[in-house]
Design a protein around this ligand. Structure first.
Ligand code: PMP
Length: 355
């Protein structure tokens, strides 16, 4: 089959074998003679998909038996911007502003109380991660974004805070090893490393809930979804199933540790070419560079048409940068084969030869 080298930022590449298994389940799920799209979400077959998906997400992050619950909700990571605040913000919350998504999270939180922006990298159009900021200890929680998809920066360290730590990991979940028990809540839209768009993984330590005085509508209340094992209403069955297939794939390949090793290699390969080749310049500060989204620009804009022609002719897809940064963005999620990065590097070298 003709395939592209897919550097799309999300929705994005998933493992080929997942696409195959996922399409089979549309035709005949578990040899039942029925499609996964036509069975009840209350059927034993689907209930076991949901259970396995919830358990496997915790297993991959090393969070089993540590007081966490995993949920697969709808409304994207954007819904979590408001649900976190609805459920956790009584008076004041602390936020680190590292980009567009963090800014949106802050905007939603302000509907529910005071928001302290502990630091922001807006002064340099978010090309770095602020350091040495102080998190107020009297805030209800501290919210950060582990990977800034648009700007290509990634947090390498997470300060230990005495208050609950909430993290939007939409674009780097399952990409690197970490002590995930530092976090009291993690959320991630599925459509990068985990699966197709349509579901959002929410992992939450139960003991941080029940502390706000406001009433919370059922659908927006984490407790509702925990009590119903993430089946309060009809879940996004297919998105959850394909996420399960992707998590099984990660597990088979050696889990998050194996993903990290490969991601580090891919990122090193591309960044070393960006740094070596004088026609290119990285956008993010070196120490904050993301292993998932590499952002870079041409040093000579007049080469744009030639470069675009070259990578498109090579079968590369999704390399254009986000409109707020310009230039290029190569997203190298877990499922992107190293060969795709080699191909991009070769195209960059070809431009150099022809320039
Ligand atoms: N947070 C981050 C870090 C993201 O990259 C995105 C989407 N790309 C979002 C939040 C918003 O996710 P959604 O579209 O699922 O609401």
């Amino acid at each position: 089959m003709m395939k592209k080298y897919n550097f799309s930022a999300g929705p994005c590449i998933l493992p080929q074998e997942v696409f195959q298994e996922a399409s089979q389940a549309i035709l005949d799920f578990n040899n039942s003679g029925l499609s996964i799209l036509e069975i009840s979400h209350r059927s034993a077959d689907f209930v076991s998909v949901m259970e396995e998906a919830r358990n496997l997400s915790l297993k991959l992050l090393g969070l089993e038996n540590k007081g966490y619950k995993a949920l697969f909700l709808q409304g994207g990571a954007s819904m979590q911007f408001l649900m976190t605040a609805y459920n956790l913000l009584e008076k004041k919350a602390a936020y680190l502003n590292t980009g567009t998504w963090a800014t949106k999270a802050i905007k939603e939180a302000k509907f529910f109380g005071e928001v302290v922006e502990v630091a922001s990298s807006k002064d340099k159009n978010f090309n770095y991660i602020p350091k040495n900021y102080k998190v107020p200890t009297d805030a209800d929680y501290f919210h950060c974004t582990s990977n800034n998809t648009i700007f290509g920066t990634q947090m390498k360290e997470f300060s230990s805070v005495a208050i609950p730590l909430v993290c939007d990991m939409s674009s780097d979940i399952f990409s690197r090893e970490m002590d995930f028990s530092k976090f009291d809540m993690i959320y991630a839209g599925a459509q990068k490393n985990m699966g197709p768009a349509g579901t959002t993984l929410v992992i939450i330590k139960e003991d941080i809930l029940g502390k706000v005085s406001r009433e919370i509508p059922s659908m927006l209340n984490y407790k509702t979804h925990i009590e119903k094992d993430s089946m309060f209403n009809t879940p996004a069955v297919y998105a959850v199933y394909v996420s399960l297939l992707t998590m099984r794939w990660m597990d088979r390949k050696g889990g998050v540790k194996a993903m990290e090793e490969l991601n580090n290699k891919k990122a090193a390969l591309l960044y070393s070419e960006i740094d070596r080749n004088e026609l290119f310049k990285g956008y993010a500060e070196k120490e904050d560079r993301s292993t998932m989204n590499a952002t870079f620009n041409l040093t000579d804009e007049s080469l744009k048409d030639r470069f675009d022609e070259l990578w498109k002719a090579e079968g590369i897809n999704g390399l254009n940068g986000h409109r707020s940064v310009g230039g290029y963005r190569a997203s190298m999620y877990n499922a992107l084969p190293p060969h795709s990065v080699t191909t991009l590097v070769e195209v960059m070298q070809e431009l150099e030869r022809k320039a």
